[in-house]
Design a protein around this ligand. Sequence first.
Ligand SMILES: Nc1ncnc2c1ncn2[C@@H]1O[C@H](COP(=O)(O)OP(=O)(O)OP(=O)(O)O)[C@@H](O)[C@H]1O
Ligand SMILES: [Mg+2]
Length: 479
Amino acid sequence: MAIQHILVADDEESIRWVLSKALKKQGFNVDLAEDGSQAKRLAQKHHYDLAILDIKMPGIQGLDLLKQFRTDYPETLIVIMTAEATMEHAVAAMKNGAYDYLTKPFDLTALDAIILKAEKAAELTGKIDHLKEELQDHYSFGRSIIGNSPPMQDIYKILGRVADSDVTILVTGESGTGKELIARAIHVNSQRLVKPLIALNCAAIPHELLETELFGHERGAFTGATERKIGKFEQADGGTLFLDEIGDMPLELQAKLLRVLQEKEITRTGGNQALRVDVRIVAATNQEITSLVQEKRFREDLYYRLNVVPIKLPALRERRDDIPILADFFLQKSKRDLGIDAMEYSPETLDLFKSYNWPGNVRELENSIKRATLLSPNQVLTPIDFPELLEGKQYPHQDESLEALVAHKLENSLAQMNLQEMDNLYEMVLHQIERPLINIVLQKTHGNQIKTAEILGINRNTLRKKIKILEIEVKRGGR
Ligand SMILES: Nc1ncnc2c1ncn2[C@@H]1O[C@H](COP(=O)(O)OP(=O)(O)OP(=O)(O)O)[C@@H](O)[C@H]1O
Ligand SMILES: [Mg+2]
């Protein structure tokens, strides 16, 4: 987003000439205008990254031109040229949104300095736009929680109520129900948005390393601690710490965590200084945490400390009404990722989705759809494209009945035809089945039509007619 195209507007020919020559030499694309109205006409036609405008030109007041450019082309940086080095001029120009101003006569080095600065500014604007987009993407995370069913509505209500506070939240729910997604939504919808969201999966890290992961350690705290390590708590300072699979945290560490939550202070392993941390905790587990408490594998006091606001995510089978929109959301996503235009579900597929039990919940649905869109050669996804969901179902399986296979094929072919325009569909389809059938039997009998008719159970004359109509080539003999 650097500066490429520059407009110079001045009624003095010598100025135009000097500027044009200097700027072109530096590789810029330069257009020249003799007065304000020509400048405006040019600006209507081209996009200028920079406009260098004389403030005093016949026809139009320079400041008015500046104002118009600012409203019509807010992205164009404007440098004003003035013959009088008065405060008022400069102030007026800057107030009206000029990027900078030059007093005539000016040194070309002064212009160079301004352009260099403007290039940096343009680059920065580009970066800021990029950051804004990123942030919006990030924000849309909150919006990309799909589902309008009553149980999800309840979740959104809780989210809205607690996001802005600092209360600790315990998210529970079966695997794949969206616990991590909710944790992110809480963070993104809180004041802590601009600060980090740090996640730690307590099940993925060996128990003996968990403590230093959380609290860090000083250099020399133990053999091998050659550097100081900043723990997740410190990394998350000001933000949110997502403690995933909290049910897997060892008991002694649970005691330490409880103390940290109460005192809002941590001490790095091997350190002797308590550090204040301001961290919001969102914890998650797919285990029955109350059973863990009963079995004394999870501290009751920590449980109460974490469970200030519980969010229990429903299993997908408990909100089947959301399945079609989720399925649609993931199909669109897959299509985008794979660059596919047309692909849709057959009604039977949506029925299958709605009746299936989804032990892996939303994740399982998402993965099934990803796999099917990737593997299926067809535009219409039918139950056959989801073999993993069909186990134990009387839906046609990949290598099952011929009828099922034909039905599947047929459904896809028909979906690509304009049925309104057909008038001999029955015959057309039957021909496509008869032809290979007769061909195969003819091959098996080495072209013996009498035998073929016998096997097919049709009259010899009928077979002969069919061979003619279907334009089947009969190869006699062979091996
Ligand atoms: N309501 C939803 N809308 C859109 N996508 C969802 C929703 N719920 C879950 N997902 C998607 O499903 C996948 C699994 O979600 P997530 O990782 O949050 O589940 P989880 O409950 O943390 O699972 P686990 O217990 O196995 O860690 C993710 O790709 C997530 O984006
Ligand atoms: Mg998870």
